[in-house]
Design a protein around this ligand. Structure first.
Ligand code: AMP
Ligand code: FE
Ligand code: FE
Ligand code: ZN
Length: 294
């Protein structure tokens, strides 16, 4: 299922509520300008941007799919699960995301303590780049490094001081991928494995691990993503067909924080419709809906 000209849905977008640089409400207007009719707001481990985004649905004419990108991990490897239409008040999911956000906070502070032994960087520098209540991550540390002249941009920071081999960086708490998938389904959401081909053909998810995610309720694979390597896509399509997984496409837009352009990868109307059928934790927010029900 490729991106047809008619496809106007981008299901993976970040705001200032996590590591994007555009506020949730402004994203809806950027989406309209990009010719999109539907976007999912998928901040890392947070639903805090939903209300502000929803408030701009009417003015922008863009439908909002409330979502999240839930962190998971397998040993030292971080794995991301997109979660659409989850109940934001589900106690298990709310507790887990709070635990992840707290671990991210302590981890970011410790990474900065390690960096500041060698470079002129302080925790206050980093906090300047984190919006109130936002989920913190390495991109915020990168922004502080850029402001201090220690990196040219986020990408350069990730290639240098924030590279896993630098010795400064380590992972935060996150559930296992099968537990993350189960939790998303329990919260009424639709789970999709995010950017499964960014690490190359040798590091595509092993089939036995994928089978465990399918058993836990995985809906789909985000095969059409700007950072998935082309060499991985035939294999990912074979796995999707074998296990009945749907294929999504999304940009993973982070505003000025990444080169990814809003809407550069898209999801078909058919797959969007299936997500809307399966998601029961919350409803999409459509322009005109308020006027009809009034
Ligand atoms: P963390 O949440 O601390 O594990 O950091 C991971 C985040 O950093 C991801 O959500 C990406 O959006 C971002 N990221 C990873 N690599 C890069 C890069 N080269 N340039 C900009 N952002 C990046
Ligand atoms: Fe991110
Ligand atoms: Fe991700
Ligand atoms: Zn993302």
């Amino acid at each position: 299922m490729g991106a047809f000209a008619a496809d106007t849905t981008d299901l993976h977008v970040h705001s200032t509520v996590s590591d994007g640089t555009v506020a949730p409400g402004a994203l809806l207007h950027e989406a309209a300008a990009a010719g999109l009719t539907t976007i999912a707001l998928t901040d890392h481990d947070s639903t805090a941007g939903w209300a502000e985004a929803a408030a701009e649905v009417e003015a922008s004419g863009v439908t909002l799919i409330p979502g999240m990108e839930l962190s998971a991990r397998v040993e030292y490897t971080s794995v991301h699960l997109l979660a659409y239409l989850i109940d934001p008040a589900h106690p298990g999911l709310a507790a887990e995301t709070e635990r992840i956000r707290e671990s991210r906070h302590g981890r970011a502070a410790e990474i900065v303590r390690r960096i500041e032994r060698d470079y002129p960087l302080t925790w206050d520098d980093v906090l300047l780049h984190v919006a109130e209540g936002a989920t913190i991550g390495r991109p915020h540390i990168a922004d502080a490094l850029v402001a201090r002249g220690l990196a040219a941009d986020r990408g350069a920071a990730f290639e240098g001081i924030l590279h896993p081999s630098s010795g400064y960086v380590y992972g935060h708490y996150a559930p296992t991928p099968p537990d993350a998938v189960r939790l998303i389904r329990e919260a009424g959401g639709v789970p999709v494995l995010a950017h499964p081909g960014t690490r190359g053909i040798d590091r595509v998810i092993p089939e036995d691990r994928l089978r465990r995610l399918v058993d836990a309720g995985l809906f789909g694979l985000e095969i059409n993503h700007p950072e998935n390597l082309d060499e991985t896509k035939p294999r990912l399509h074979v796995l999707a067909a074998k296990y009945g997984l749907r294929v999504t496409g999304s940009s993973d837009y982070h505003g000025a924080g990444k080169v990814n352009r809003l809407g550069e990868c898209r999801t078909s109307d058919e797959v969007l419709a299936e997500i809307l059928r399966q998601g029961t934790g919350t409803a999409p927010i459509r322009p005109g809906a308020g006027a009809r029900s009034a």
